[in-house]
Design a protein around this ligand. Structure first.
Ligand SMILES: Nc1ncnc2c1ncn2[C@@H]1O[C@H](COP(=O)(O)OP(=O)(O)OP(=O)(O)O)[C@@H](O)[C@H]1O
Ligand SMILES: [Mg+2]
Length: 203
């Protein structure tokens, strides 16, 4: 089983992924937690390049680098783990690329989808949680944080990314579940568990 978490920085992806992982481990499942870009030595090195503020990266190069990191992670870690019956939880996956590089950077949507699919080797998440926050909440939650290259892209960029995520969750409503972030972390988590259990009611 393959479950992904999406949303802009500060939406609570890592917080919720960790809670879901603990919940599943408690139930006796073998769980692997991953993040994108990253999760392997090669992909973490690509992540460093992508987040380095001192390296200007054109949008197409950015798209290809994210997908290079993804392709390696999928082939070497995610696919083997799913095949051996583990539950893979991934902090961001290709919907991030669609939201950030197609909607945010305004690269051609169809091209982005095609490259994402190629890099994912046909793998589609069984379930994706999109945690929705607005720009104000994002600013409050990331206040004082040292911003990386992607996070330094400005308000207009973030507005387009949020719009992109909202559109994606509407057009893929069977897979991408939009969760409006609550003030309490536990309230957001309860909604995630409800959706999860409804979808996989054997758990
Ligand atoms: N529902 C919530 N209410 C209030 N604060 C929250 C909530 N969810 C997360 N936070 C806080 O917001 C911050 C960002 O959360 P988290 O790191 O999980 O987000 P993220 O989506 O993984 O962000 P990033 O993309 O920067 O890794 C943390 O300090 C976390 O405790
Ligand atoms: Mg995080």
């Amino acid at each position: 089983m393959f479950i992904t978490f999406e949303g802009i920085d500060g939406s609570g992806k890592t917080t919720q992924l960790n809670l879901l992982a603990d919940y599943l481990v408690e139930k006796g499942y073998e769980v692997i937690k991953l993040r994108e870009p990253g999760g392997t030595i090669l992909s973490e090195k690509i992540r460093e390049l992508l987040l380095d503020k001192s390296i200007p990266i054109p949008p197409m190069t950015e798209l290809l680098l994210f997908n290079s990191a993804r392709s390696f992670l999928v082939e070497t870690i995610i696919k083997p783990a799913i095949e051996s019956g583990k539950i893979v939880l991934c902090d961001r996956f290709y919907d991030s690329t669609t939201a950030y590089q197609a909607f945010g950077r305004e690269l051609n949507y169809e091209n982005v989808i095609t490259i994402n699919d190629l890099a994912a080797g046909g793998l589609i998440p069984d379930l994706t949680f999109y945690i929705d926050i607005d720009l104000e909440t994002h600013k409050i939650r990331t206040l004082g944080k040292d911003l990386d290259r992607m996070e330094s892209s400005g308000d207009e960029f973030y507005k387009k990314v949020i719009e992109g995520y909202r559109k994606l969750s509407e057009t893929n409503e069977n897979r991408i579940k939009k969760i409006i972030s609550k003030n309490e972390i536990s309230d957001t988590f309860n909604e995630i568990i409800d959706i999860f259990e409804n979808k996989f009611n054997k758990i």
